[in-house]
Design a protein around this ligand. Structure first.
Ligand SMILES: [Zn+2]
Ligand SMILES: [Zn+2]
Length: 463
């Protein structure tokens, strides 16, 4: 991270009362016992924001020599105009406009951006959304220069993130890199994004419900660090979006602003915690599993937020079932040798060449009976307090499918072209996508996952 001196120390109470624009360049000692920091220095979300970019760069003292990267759509939407403005304001801007409509953040794209980078380039500007931002974050960080992002679509919450998922040898690997120093969203540009990208943004926000449930659950069962302030910010972002879905779908400025604020706030929450725990849980793992399959099969992947949204009602349903269940019947039993062998066979079938790495990474999560007893005790002790919190979260959007449909987003796996086997496998093995504790792990430990996977698959594919 480039050392800058514009971080202001604030209080946790003021963070909860601030608008998202005021949550930039701050550091605070939190009630959770940690110090949280937000590296983004400027956030501008307004109509006509594009015209403010040259002055903003000057005020931030980033220099005059820049590399601007974009794809054909984002260049047409904002990049071309911005390059002209910067040129006439005395900036020396090189361009890297990728020719593909369907761009991947892979080795080829990284090298192409790198080729355009000159020795004295002082900063990068990403004009676009997910992939363009990922590429700029990677290249600028490796080159040791800052970058800023000019957002063109409200499609995902990664603008403020510090990591980029990159396709390396055909497989996605997330690199921990740097935050953009500024996020600029011209609402006149963003509201004209394709409807699917707007629906995807709502899908990625809807996912926060189950992501936050998973975080609460992990805090109890795995005693993972939990931050009330961050969770509160996420909840606020989510309710702001959920209450404005109709306005968002019609592309009106106030609705689009709410959606962008929610997505950026979600990224800020991840920056505060230092990983994606507040924003990503089992629903993201299911989406990553489908994405991997579709990529391996050479299919054009759905937008991240569309897949994540379609997986969220499934996970919310699992929580609803656990909340209705009789806890007295729960127990956690160690897997025996036959079950472990079956587990490995299943992972090899589902993950192919990635399976060995998954098995090694997840073996530590296969707990012994004494370790499971500890978890079960924590669950039994924590459940009375956890239950109402989970209910409150799930109650924020009582009908998730209706919310997604209102936003114009698919509300289930079948609607995004997921095959029966792909759903049934995802529910069983998506928990191995990464070693993060979610409700899918809990259901597995309680011996409830098989039946859940079977029932949801049957129901989703009922004629
Ligand atoms: Zn996401
Ligand atoms: Zn905290």
């Amino acid at each position: 991270m480039i050392e800058r001196r514009s971080i202001t120390t604030v209080t946790a109470e003021s963070v909860l009362q601030s608008d998202v624009e005021r949550l930039t360049g701050i550091e605070f000692a939190c009630t959770c016992g940690r110090t949280h920091r937000v590296e983004i220095e400027r956030l501008i979300l307004e109509q006509g924001a594009l015209r403010k970019v040259p002055d903003t760069i000057r005020q931030m003292g980033l220099g005059t020599k820049a590399l601007l990267i974009a794809d054909p759509a984002s260049f047409a939407a904002a990049g071309d105009e911005l390059a002209g403005q910067l040129g006439s304001s005395g900036f020396d801007v090189s361009l890297c406009v990728f020719p593909e409509d369907q761009l991947y953040a892979d080795e080829t794209a990284l090298v192409r951006a790198l080729i355009e980078l000159e020795k004295d380039t002082e900063f990068m500007i990403a004009v676009g959304s997910g992939t363009i931002n990922d590429i700029a974050r990677f290249v600028s960080c490796k080159a040791g220069i800052p970058y800023l992002v000019v957002a063109t679509a409200p499609s995902m919450d990664g603008y403020a993130s510090t990591g980029s998922p990159i396709l390396v040898n055909g497989y996605k690997k997330t690199y921990s890199l740097q935050s953009p120093l500024a996020i600029i969203g011209d609402l006149d540009v963003i509201r004209c994004a394709p409807p699917a990208m707007i629906a995807a943004g709502v899908g990625d926000m809807a996912a926060k419900i189950t992501a936050l449930c998973d975080w609460l659950l992990a805090a109890v069962v795995e005693e993972e660090h939990y931050c009330e302030v961050t969770a509160e910010l996420m909840t606020r972002a989510l309710t702001n979006v959920a209450s404005e879905v109709t306005a968002i779908r019609t592309g009106g400025v106030p609705g689009i602003k709410k959606l962008m604020e929610g997505l950026v706030l979600s990224g800020i929450a991840m920056q505060m915690i230092g990983n994606s725990r507040p924003a990503s849980g089992a629903e993201h793992h299911i989406s990553h599993y489908w994405e991997m399959l579709h990529f391996a099969a050479g299919h054009r992947p759905e937008l991240h937020g569309i897949k994540v949204g379609a997986a969220t009602p499934l996970i919310a349903r699992l929580y609803a079932e656990l909340l209705e269940a009789d806890m007295g019947e729960w127990n956690m039993t160690e897997k025996d040798a036959v079950q472990i062998a079956e587990w490995e066979t299943n992972l090899r079938r589902c993950y192919g060449p990635l399976a060995e790495e998954m098995i090694t990474e997840n073996r530590s999560l296969l707990l012994s009976q004494p370790e499971l007893d500890v978890r079960m005790n924590r669950l039994v002790r924590g459940w009375p307090e956890l239950k109402p919190k989970l209910r409150t979260l799930l109650g924020l959007v009582p009908d998730l499918k209706a919310l997604l449909r209102d936003a114009g987003a698919p509300a289930g796996p079948r609607e995004i072209g997921v095959a029966r086997q792909e759903l049934s496998d995802a529910l069983r093995v998506a928990k191995e996508v990464r070693s993060r504790y979610t409700v899918l792990q809990l259901a597995d430990q309680l011996g409830l996952l098989e039946r859940f996977a079977e029932e949801r698959t049957r129901e989703s594919f009922a004629p």
